[in-house]
Ligand binder design. Structure first.
Ligand code: MLT
Length: 239
């Protein structure tokens, strides 16, 4: 059984997605926010590619318990109920609701993973729980870092390294080079993950927008134990 880590969506071969166990990571902030939404009692999240698709889907569903969430350029989309800050997704706001979500990178990466046998969504906040679920799965594990506009993202690679470290400690895995590099990178920063997150391009961009609290929140390893699972176009909490 192998573990490999891919950064960005370009050039990921179908053979490492189809029928594999996949973990999609977008630490800042889509997969963090989705995990928090489900932990707050949101019933399900439907990831879509564009704001137009989200609006059209809500109209079609005609259900007032459906919320629209997500971002473009890290900011709430006009006409949407929620942005992409995990702290917006409180039980009062999302409890008992369904959510349609579109983000620049995260929801694209999730949709790209659609052929996986099992698709888990990972972030630092739920990384220990995700590692536990993925370790119980059989076969190869492909970790996909969503990145930022098709470019490498440090924060996703850091979370990938955490997962590789945990998984390698729980099973007989062969680590491909992407997995070895991610683990080494995590070892380099594990004593101060927050500083690494704040130093990343996306971390700095969010802080420039006054969203430092989001970066801090997204750095809290193991703060929640919810594992989002994507299948049939819908994200739900793993049983
Ligand atoms: C994304 O999916 O591109 C991100 O979650 C962007 C963000 O920080 O809102």
């Amino acid at each position: 059984m192998e573990i490999d880590v891919f950064t960005g969506l370009n050039g990921i071969p179908d053979e490492v997605i189809n029928n594999k166990t996949i973990i999609v990571i977008d630490v800042l902030r889509a997969t963090t926010t989705i995990a928090v939404a489900l932990a707050s009692g949101c019933l399900e999240v439907i990831p879509v590619l564009t704001p137009e698709e989200a609006i059209e889907m809500r109209e079609r569903l005609g259900d007032e318990r459906v919320l629209l969430g997500g971002e473009r350029n890290a900011l709430k989309i006009p006409g949407f109920d929620l942005g992409n800050s995990p702290m917006e997704y409180t039980p009062e706001v999302v409890g008992g609701k369904r959510l349609i979500m579109t983000t620049t990178n995260g929801t694209r990466a999730i949709r790209r993973a659609a052929g996986g046998r099992q698709v888990f969504l990972g972030a630092l906040v739920n990384a220990p729980a995700v590692a536990g679920q993925a370790a119980a799965a059989e076969g190869d594990i492909t970790i996909i870092c969503a990145g930022t506009r098709d470019r490498f993202s440090l924060e996703d690679f850091l979370a990938a390294g955490f997962l590789v470290d945990r998984l390698a400690g729980q099973g007989q895995f062969i680590l491909r080079d992407g997995a070895l590099a991610a683990r080494d990178y995590y070892y380099l920063h594990r004593d101060n993950l927050l500083a690494a997150m704040k130093g990343s391009f996306h971390g700095r961009l969010l802080m420039d927008l006054g969203l430092e609290a989001d970066v801090e929140f997204c750095s809290r390893v193991g703060a929640i134990d919810v594992v989002p699972v994507y299948g049939g176009g819908i994200i739900k909490k793993a049983a």
